[in-house]
Design a protein around this ligand. Structure first.
Ligand SMILES: [Zn+2]
Length: 148
């Protein structure tokens, strides 16, 4: 986990060896396509859809197909490096921020990360009766966010 936080801190440098290392640490065999997809998600944290990821990675990897991008995203989600964010009927968006956070969905279709204080998710879990087994908690805000 520490390695991932370090990686996030140094994403501006986009060190490909570190990306390969983090993939391997999470049980993902690093391939150049997976590295390209993952690094594009780390680079710009705006919760892109698969189509948007495809458009971004094509600049670096012109031969990559949309199906390959989907496959890479699936692998990253399965290995808990990326979260699939599903909101209403919008296409799935992808989030590489693994720190506990909520999402703010604004009226213009943007999805923003909202940091959650330590312990907040445990508090929410505590609202449930005993013997409820929580697999995941999602906190979503809806509304209008200021223009960035
Ligand atoms: Zn997010």
């Amino acid at each position: 986990m520490q390695g991932l936080i370090d990686l996030m801190a140094e994403t501006s440098t986009q060190n490909p060896e570190r990306i390969a290392e983090v993939l391997a640490d999470h049980g993902v065999r690093p391939t150049s396509q997976r590295e390209t997809v993952y690094s594009s998600l780390l680079q710009k944290r705006d919760h892109p859809t698969a189509d948007e990821v495809f458009a971004r990675v094509r600049e670096k990897a012109p031969t990559i197909s949309l199906a390959t991008v989907y496959n890479c995203l699936d692998v990253l989600v399965q290995h808990n490096l990326v979260k699939a964010v599903n909101f209403e009927r919008a296409p799935t968006q992808y989030c590489a921020n693994l720190a506990p956070h909520a999402h703010f969905h604004d009226e213009e279709g943007r999805t923003l990360d909202i940091d959650m204080p330590a312990g907040m998710f445990e508090q929410l879990r505590g609202l449930l009766p005993q013997n409820f087994d929580v697999k995941d908690i999602e906190v979503n805000f809806h509304g209008r966010a200021p223009k960035s």
